[in-house]
Design a protein around this ligand. Sequence first.
Ligand SMILES: NC(=O)c1ccc[n+]([C@@H]2O[C@H](COP(=O)([O-])OP(=O)(O)OC[C@H]3O[C@@H](n4cnc5c(N)ncnc54)[C@H](OP(=O)(O)O)[C@@H]3O)[C@@H](O)[C@H]2O)c1
Length: 220
Amino acid sequence: MTTAIIGVGNIGSPLARHLVTGGEPVVLAAKDMSRAGALADELGPLARASSVEDAIVGADVVVFALWLDAIKEVIAKDARLLDDKVVVDPSNPLGFDENGQMMRTLPDDQSSGSVVAAILPAAAHYVKAFGTLSADSLASAANHQPRKAVLLYATDDDAAATSIERLIRSAGFEPLKAGGVADAGRIEMPGGDLHQAALNGAVLDLDEARSKVAGAGASA
Ligand SMILES: NC(=O)c1ccc[n+]([C@@H]2O[C@H](COP(=O)([O-])OP(=O)(O)OC[C@H]3O[C@@H](n4cnc5c(N)ncnc54)[C@H](OP(=O)(O)O)[C@@H]3O)[C@@H](O)[C@H]2O)c1
C-alpha cells in the first residue's frame, strides 16, 4: 500500500516520518517541490517526491495535509484522480483573517470533514484522521510507552476504516473510531469535544479514549 502525503508542513512531515519508520512507502508532494524532495531524501528509500497529480495517481491512500481552503482547491482540480482512493483529511475549519489571525471559517454546526466529504467523487473513500492532536504531539507521541497514544478517526466507509487503522498502527499509535462523517466535528478544533485542544492537551490511551468517545454526542 502506498500513501501519498500532499503537504509536508507541521502535520505532513511528522506523519511521513512515522509512516516510513513503520515500514510504509510514501510519496510526498507540496506546493514547493523542493521541500517535498528534501524530506524524501532525508527519509530514505521508502519515500519519494513527485507532483501532486503523480502522487495521487500512484497511491492507494491520499492524505491531504493541507489547510481546508487548499484541500478544496486541490480536489476541485484533481477530483477525477481520486476515484477509488482512500482520502484522509486532517483539516480543521480554520483560516486566517486579513490581520493574519487564525479564525474559524465555517459555521459552528458545520465540520471541515462534512465539507471535504461532500466535494469528493462518490467513488472516493473518505476518512477524517491525523488531525486530532497538535502537530507537536503528533510528532512526539508515536510508540508511546507503556501504553500507545490513540489517534481517533471518523468515517462512514469500511475500506477507509481498514486502511486508516493500518496506517495509524504503522505510525505508532492506537486507532479508535470516533464515529461517522456526521461526528467529524468531534475530532476537529475549535469546538470538537474529542480534539486534544478540548482535553487540556491530554494525549489519551485506548481506555481513556473509549470512555470519551462513549460520552454524549457519539453516533457510532
Ligand atoms: N498544525 C497543527 O497543529 C494541526 C493539528 C491538527 C490538524 N491540523 C490541520 O492539518 C492541516 C495542515 O496543517 P499544517 O499545520 O501542517 O499546515 P502547514 O504547516 O502550513 O503545511 C501546509 C502544507 O500544504 C502545502 N500546500 C499548500 N497549498 C498546496 C497546494 N495547492 N498543493 C500542494 N501543497 C500545498 C504547503 O506546501 P509549501 O510548503 O510548498 O507551500 C505545506 O507543505 C490543516 O488543515 C490544519 O487545520 C493542523
